[in-house]
Design a protein around this ligand. Structure first.
Ligand code: COS
Length: 384
């Protein structure tokens, strides 16, 4: 389908597809097997200026928006969701600075981020605060000109590899969500270390680690916006990034679909390629319908965000839910079309199915997305 992308957007799509085909596809199996961080590929992405895609030009980026980021994420995800997650998580960690940073903070951090010199990670989740994001226990106490951070963040994508961390900590535990604040913490700050590296079902090229803060002192000016604004910063960050998770779903589903079609044309049973059987055709048709519907939705929401819309929670949650539930169905059915071959590691679809599962879980489970949608529906109904 033609999405009327501009020449510039088509160029971005083709550039990322080329990187994906030439660098990611040949490496993905080994990265998955060895659970290896894709530094080589990150360097290629950096050389192509893609880390700066959504960063304003005045801070060294390319000044594009959500749609361009979604296109890039989709193309990487088509090849390897682990690599795409690494790239997208850096964008996730950058949003708090982009949306809420002072001019000084932006000047200090964004040029290096845009150049791909420093990766970013976002630290919200803790052992007892997943869906219940306001339940975080990490604290940040003001002491003179410094905040002293104590606590542990769990399951942080790019943990240990990133140089810059945007984290949420409680500055006033008595105030619940309104007592949280957001901070920028640099790697190598004394008192900041990394816990265990997780062993995951999928996206094994991406690194997931604990962030451990033990009397970690950071300058007072590393707070984002103002004390008490951390929960809003986290929610607005997720509002902006969730459409990108939808784009990951579209990409990984597209990759699995293409593998299934290729296989179905070659696999002969009962004297015919299995693609000639209606049962298989219907499965492939359903996959094509769902992928296209999800892509149209993700692009529409990304364009809506790029229009400067303020109320994006519901729409980005809708895009995330639809595209990622779709991705799980499509990757599972790609394995089904390929039968025993699909189940073997020799073909990429078993990895794609393992990888896709995280999309229904991270950046807010799909159950939480439905809560977000529901809450906005109630507010909208009350206004009528
Ligand atoms: N934008 C701006 N403000 C928002 C907001 C948003 N998207 N969502 C909530 N808020 C505000 C609310 O208006 C409320 O403000 P007031 O105190 O002034 O009324 C405050 O934040 C608290 O909101 P709420 O009461 O809805 O918070 P809950 O604790 O009920 O949590 C959910 C809401 C479940 C939506 C939230 O915890 C969430 O998104 N959880 C999932 C977290 C997640 O995605 N984790 C993944 C790990 S990060 S990669």
């Amino acid at each position: 389908m033609d999405y009327f992308l501009t020449e510039d957007q088509v160029m971005i799509k083709e550039l990322v597809r080329q990187i994906a085909e030439e660098k990611v596809v040949p490496a993905r199996e080994e990265l998955d097997e060895k659970e290896e961080f894709p530094w080589g590929i990150m360097e290629v992405i950096a050389q192509s200026d893609l880390f700066g895609l959504f960063v304003p030009e005045e801070f060294g980026g390319l000044g594009r928006g959500s749609l361009e980021l979604c296109i890039a994420v989709e193309e990487l995800s088509r090849a390897c969701l682990g690599v795409a997650t690494t790239y997208a998580a850096s964008a996730l960690g950058t949003y708090p600075i982009l949306l809420f940073g002072t001019d000084e903070q932006k000047k200090k951090y964004l040029p290096d981020i845009a150049a791909g010199k420093r990766l970013v990670a976002f630290g919200l989740t803790e052992a007892n605060a997943g869906s219940d994001a306001a339940g975080i226990q990490t604290t940040a106490q003001l002491d003179g000109n410094e905040y002293v951070i104590n606590g542990t963040k769990q399951w942080i994508t790019n943990g240990g590899e990133a140089e810059i961390y945007t984290i949420i900590a409680m500055t006033d535990k008595t105030k619940g969500a309104r007592g949280a604040s957001a901070f920028i913490v640099e790697k190598d700050t004394p008192g900041f270390s990394f816990g265990k590296k997780e062993k995951k079902m999928g996206i094994r090229a991406s690194t997931t680690r604990e962030l451990v803060f033990d009397n970690c002192r950071i300058p007072k000016e590393n707070i984002l916006a103002r004390p008490g604004y951390g929960f809003i910063i986290a929610m607005k960050t997720l509002d902006n990034s969730r459409t990108g998770v939808g784009a990951q779903g579209v990409g990984v589903a597209q990759g699995a679909f293409e593998e299934a079609v290729k296989f179905a044309r070659q696999r002969i049973q009962f004297g015919h390629p299995i693609i000639s059987f209606q049962a298989v055709q219907h499965m492939l048709s359903d996959m094509a319908i769902e992928i296209e519907a999800a892509r149209a939705l993700v692009y529409a929401v990304a364009r809506y965000i790029d229009s400067g819309a303020k109320e994006i929670s519901k729409d980005s949650a809708i895009a995330k839910v639809f595209a990622t539930d779709m991705a799980m169905r499509v990757t599972t059915n790609a394995v089904q079309v390929m039968g025993g071959s699909g189940y073997m590691r020799e073909y990429p679809v078993e990895k794609m199915m393992r990888d896709a599962k995280i999309l229904q879980i991270y950046e807010g489970t799909n159950q939480i997305q439905r809560n977000v949608i529901g809450q906005v529906l109630i507010k909208e109904a009350a206004k009528r």
